[in-house]
Write a protein that binds this ligand. Sequence first.
Ligand code: SF4
Length: 438
Amino acid sequence: MIDNSVFHNKKVAFHTLGCKLNFAETSAIGKKMTDEGFVKARAGESADVCVINTCSVTDTADRKCRQAISKLNRQHPNAIMVVTGCYAQLKPEEISKIEGVDLVLGANEKFSILDYIRNIDTDKPASFHTTKINKIKEFTPSCSRDDRTRYFLKVQDGCDYYCTYCTIPFARGASRSASIEQTIEKAWEAIHAGAKEIVLTGVNIGDFGKSNGESFLDLVKAFDAIDSDVRFRISSIEPNLLTDELIDFVVNSKKIMPHFHIPLQSGTNEVLQLMKRKYKRELFENKVQKIKSLMPHAFIGVDVIVGVRGETAELFEASCEFIDTLDISQLHVFTYSERAGTKMLDIEQNTPISERKKRSEILHLLSDEKIQKFYESHILKTYPVLWESRQQGDKLVGFTNNYIKVERLYDKSKVNTVEMVQLGDWNEEKSALTVLIQ
Ligand code: SF4
């Protein structure tokens, strides 16, 4: 048992896997712990407590979590090892048996971590604490810092959709969010801490406000009305929730960036139906056309999953043909992996792993073509770039409002500032455009 007073100056180490949401939550857990006296362990220092925030999006993610637990256990053999996050919610007992683990906390318990640490008896076998996922109703907005400039603000959690391949609703529960007022308050904390760009994240952000009569559009309007020079990005939003009103609003907003991330998942209606997605490909096409007709310079990133059950070679080909016709900027390609408890396992037609990999490679190549075309269409044009604190070799890196990665020779005085720059050609590795004239 740890006495409350001995939290003072105890060292804690964090390890986060998975999405930006997890990073935002680790940050919130970190804040709770440092408020109570913990200090973050520096590289090479032994920690008294290790917190691992896990992901469970694929089998590979589960494996990576187990590897991370073992590594931290080797680095900090005497630390109290706490595992939380999606994997912990889904398989608490399995994790509690991993060597070195002391405590496993589910989705509802992670923010009460201090109470559990206070009462822990490390001589006893690891304990696990989870709440039935349909009982989780609480939501706390949280924010994490990517680097000095960019923050990820969690505005929503959970999902009421049950796409047949996905375990997120089992790991994170029903859709929920705080009020607009509470969310804006959290944004102000980030702005006061120096944020120049805030990315609005969540599991299904378009569902924001569903339980209290507010809407995502109202939230976006409230962000737009913030009196500060901070800029905002909307992260992944389901195509059926990306309303025409929201697109129209972004067109006229100076604060909400012309950047969309829309999950398509498959380019055929047959597979979309097998996935139980809530739209047809025609709706997706309409959204892309509307965005590009009003904002030809907008960046559109699109998620696709390849090799799901029921995706025959013919359907994959048809999907590629459809995706090829879309005026989008980049694909985020995910390879399907079976997840226990999902409806997709009822579909008999399966795709061999080698074929899934091949399909992923094909779409990665298509994505390379799309991004090159998008970047090249911007050469010699002038855009506002927010220079970040990251230094890559002798380069300073930043992003335009429409999410083009840009680099210039490192200049400390530019960090965390917005500059209008004319974009040059690709750099040698073709990963960014260089600044031509300032
Ligand atoms: S919308 Fe579908 S894929 Fe996305 S989290 Fe919800 S269930 Fe999973």
